[in-house]
Design a protein. Structure first.
Lengths: 112, 116
């Protein structure tokens, strides 16, 4: 069974640009969450989607947005990139709201 | 707000040594507690969990006991191996506050290096 797939693995963008990251959950999983991982702040929750609806949102500015499609695949978008957005972005999926999370290997975003 | 505090790393041990990674939490209500592990270049994997006070989670020789009186969930292993080298994260979720496992609060992580 394929795990959580995140694309691309690495991304380099320039300050001010926007970026879209993709996440394909494990087949059958309906819940997708996104986390930002940085050396300074650690792992911080971005948002969670369940059946195409955003269920929870973390404390991030409106430049960070996401969506989930009918096939449970999810994308997150960051507009007007800042240097501080450089991070590893992790996606996790689960069968339901109270089921264990399965993480992808992440997308490493570097903003120059 | 809710938070998790882990001991600062890195932790360096010799193979077969005893491991303890301290984790304490702050939360009202009744959080569920987790340990996740991240191997180099990979995402996080759930290592073990405990959902109520005095529960003991265990997996792959690792154990942690949910201590409500000390608000702690320390990770232990009796004999570590080189393959245990990774970053370990303590985390909590408050289901009674409308949280779900998609909305975990993580500690900063503790890097463990095991030398042969």
């Amino acid at each position: 069974k394929a795990g959580v797939t995140q694309t691309p693995r690495y991304l380099i963008k320039t300050r001010g640009q926007q970026v879209t990251l993709s996440c394909s959950p494990i087949s059958g999983h309906r819940s997708v969450s996104w986390y930002q991982q940085t050396p300074g702040q650690g792992l911080q929750f971005l948002f969670e989607y369940f059946s195409e609806t955003q269920r929870n949102k973390g404390n991030f500015p409106g430049r960070f947005s996401g969506r989930q499609f009918s096939n449970s695949r999810s994308e997150m978008n960051v507009s007007t990139l800042e240097l501080g957005d450089s991070a590893l972005y992790l996606c996790a999926s689960s069968l339901g709201l109270n089921s264990p999370l399965h993480f992808g290997n992440g997308t490493r975003l570097t903003v120059t | 707000g809710d938070s998790v505090t882990q001991m600062e790393g890195p932790v360096t041990l010799s193979e077969e040594a005893f491991l303890t990674i301290n984790c304490t939490y702050t939360a009202t209500g009744y959080p569920s507690l987790f340990w996740y592990v991240q191997y180099p270049g990979e995402g996080l994997q759930l290592l073990l969990k405990a959902t109520k006070a005095d529960d003991k989670g265990s997996n792959k020789g690792f154990e942690a006991t949910y201590r409500k009186e000390t608000t702690s969930f320390h990770l232990e292993k009796g004999s570590v191996q080189v393959s245990d080298s990774a970053v370990y994260f303590c985390a909590l979720i408050r289901f009674d506050y409308g949280g779900s496992q998609g909305n975990l609060i993580f500690g900063k992580g503790t890097k463990l290096s095991v030398k042969p």
